[in-house]
Design a protein around this ligand. Structure first.
Ligand SMILES: *Cc1c(COP(=O)(O)O)cnc(C)c1O
Length: 365
């Protein structure tokens, strides 16, 4: 039997093969490959999709985060509040600027525990970074209120939440800057690296365009020391094709999730919890199990791949030893790192494949 992998990027390509191939040829034949009309058109379409006024394409999701704090002027001596159970890129976006991450434990929905934020705010706190992890929107009302009360900036990491909304408003549009990744495995994936920010602030959009291109607004006139982080024409063109289908792609993921939620019935597994008004776009379908290693081996035996998002929380990463944390400092975060497991979830997943995943999970004892 064919192995079912956690993700199948080829299926996402073949779904719209002809459109992708036509667009690729169009870009190849255009003679213009970086910062051209595909990028401008994508930026306009992506801004419109999210409901933000502006979007600026960048090289990848990490750069979107790094440049977000950079244009907000957050750096050495500043603190940024972020959930402990995130992908390490969220934290690197903070530390690459010289700022310090201040970790908050997650709640049972794997979102930042809103009740724990206020006690972490100090004189040095400059921003809150909200990560809409796994594709479920974080409830934003209290977080927005805290930002207002303490004069903090609000940045959103939407690398996993393209199209997820809270109370009808898209993730990425609640604060100063929303940061997106278009890494191929993301819900809106490119065929290489890509990223973007969205904002309603014209000057942030302008600064972002300057920073992504060596700090220049005008060619060879460098106002600030920027970076080279540009979304290229090929990725932008192919992303425009995919963006045209994002509604049906999200629906497809949600249908698979409904099946999993209805049909996986096993007392040793914990299924994801849905929170009211927090739309979920199922970047990952994450279950929990106390006997995770046994479960992984059992599923592997049945030809079903799994992956852990993420086995080592950022505060315990070797590279972050200098922050001075140790095992036990964030027990909820660490418990999740030991129990979470992502099961196959991708566009183009066949019904028989879903059946096999469900059957295998129900058979585990
Ligand atoms: C993928 C991801 C990123 C980084 O995106 P890249 O494009 O790979 O740099 C950042 N944050 C989260 C939550 C992610 O899942």
């Amino acid at each position: 039997m064919e192995k079912i992998m956690t993700n199948r990027l080829d299926r996402g390509f073949y779904k719209y093969q002809q459109e992708f191939e036509e667009k690729a040829l169009e870009v190849l034949r255009s003679g213009w490959y970086v910062l051209g009309k595909e990028v401008s058109a994508f930026e306009e379409e992506f801004a419109a999709y999210t409901g933000a006024k502006y979007s600026v394409g960048v090289g990848n999701g990490l750069d979107a985060l790094y440049l977000a704090f950079r244009v907000l002027g957050i750096g050495a001596g500043d603190e940024v509040i972020v959930q402990g159970n995130t992908y390490i890129a969220s934290v690197m976006g903070i530390t690459m600027n010289g700022a310090t991450p201040v970790f908050v434990e997650p709640d049972e929905y794997y979102s930042i525990d809103v009740k724990e934020i206020e006690q972490k705010i100090t004189e040095k706190t400059k921003a809150i970074l909200v990560v809409h992890l796994y594709g479920q929107a974080t409830p934003m009302d209290e977080i927005c209120a805290l930002c207002k009360k303490y004069g903090l900036r609000l940045v959103e990491d939407c690398a996993q939440s393209h199209g997820a909304y809270y109370k009808g408003k898209m993730t990425g549009t609640f604060g100063d800057i929303g940061c997106f990744s278009f890494y191929p495995s993301k819900n809106l994936g490119a065929f290489g690296d890509g990223g973007a920010i969205v904002t309603d602030d014209e000057s942030i959009a302008k600064d972002m365009k300057m920073y992504r291109n060596y700090g220049s607004e005008k060619r060879y006139y460098n106002k600030v020391i920027g970076v080279n982080s540009r979304l290229d024409e090929m990725q932008a063109g192919l992303l425009r094709v995919r963006l045209g289908h994002i509604g049906e792609l999200t629906d497809e993921r949600q249908k698979i999730a409904v099946r999993y939620l209805d049909e996986i019935k096993n007392p040793v597994l914990t299924l994801p919890l849905l929170r009211e008004e927090c739309n979920h776009v199922w970047h990952q379908f994450v279950i929990r199990c106390k006997r995770r290693e046994e479960l992984i081996a059992f599923l592997d035996e049945k030809g079903i791949g799994t992956i852990i998002h993420y086995p080592i929380p950022p505060h315990l990463a070797e590279g972050y030893q200098y922050l001075g944390f140790q095992a036990g400092d964030f027990p909820k975060t660490e418990l999740l790192a030991n129990e979470v497991l992502s099961i196959p979830m991708y566009n183009g997943m066949k019904k028989e494949e879903q059946d096999r995943v469900i059957e295998a999970l129900n058979a585990f004892r």
